[in-house]
Write a protein that binds this ligand. Sequence first.
Ligand SMILES: Cc1cc2nc3c(=O)[nH]c(=O)nc-3n(C[C@H](O)[C@H](O)[C@H](O)COP(=O)(O)OP(=O)(O)OC[C@H]3O[C@@H](n4cnc5c(N)ncnc54)[C@H](O)[C@@H]3O)c2cc1C
Length: 263
Amino acid sequence: MHVVACIKQTPDTAAKVEVKDGHVTWGDAALVVNPWDEYAVEEALRLKEKHEGKATAICMGPESAKEALKTCLAMGCDEAILISDPALKGSDSTATATVLAAAIRKMGDVDIAVFGKQAIDGDTGFTAVAVAATLGWNALTFLSKIESLDPAGKTIVVERSLEEGKQLCSSKLPAAISVVKDINEPRYPSFMGIRKAAKANVPVWSAADIGVEASQVGAAGSAVTWPEIYPLPAREGSVEILEGSPEEIAAKLADGLIAEKVI
Ligand SMILES: Cc1cc2nc3c(=O)[nH]c(=O)nc-3n(C[C@H](O)[C@H](O)[C@H](O)COP(=O)(O)OP(=O)(O)OC[C@H]3O[C@@H](n4cnc5c(N)ncnc54)[C@H](O)[C@@H]3O)c2cc1C
């Protein structure tokens, strides 16, 4: 069984997001594996281990994204592939999905593509479903558990985590799945894994390598642009600290709430 984990390189969650000249910037914050994608990698590794398969991590991104892919190798992925090409810059989610789907198609033997719930920068939460649609695969989203998987019968039964509760779904493979953090506890890279990853060669596939035309991807192939990103205006408000005994504070609080017509 061949499992592919799709990972995006994003700024660290601790990064300070600023808007400068209408563009979002994270300054020189550390770039990491999108936090939600750590769960995708872990699930890919668990599937590979349980079913004696192979796990490959792929990422569309700049050369720097090799570092995120090396983290996946250090966690235990067998291979990591970067899809990088100047033509891919400015891709919207649909164009990103075109690229990832083309890379998966090129591999030829993929049974499952695992995605995080969303990327913490673009945040559309759309890529997994778009990859499934592009490949003509089934999409199973927000998984909190893989109940069972039959590699020979090419079927999977999963638990989806919805706001209203849980839903059990079964599907034929191949499928694209997105996972939420209830699904597992991502492992830390092992010492041996880190050493192996440091020496690993991460192949780079260009747009031509995966058979996509420049007009299908990047800004040229994207219908969505995000010309302006702006912070929310600071909330206006004031704070008053009430002092006194508990009884005095309670009385002042009640008077204040009545004066403000809250009660
Ligand atoms: C600030 C900002 C705003 C944006 N706004 C939009 C917008 O409104 N509409 C739009 O279409 N695009 C937008 N984009 C572009 C979008 O981020 C990229 O196309 C992106 O690669 C896919 O969308 P996403 O980040 O929303 O990922 P999501 O769909 O939220 O990601 C879901 C999962 O898909 C996988 N994945 C996502 N990107 C990659 C990748 N590059 N390589 C491998 N796996 C990946 C990961 O598993 C991830 O957890 C925006 C980008 C930025 C930086």
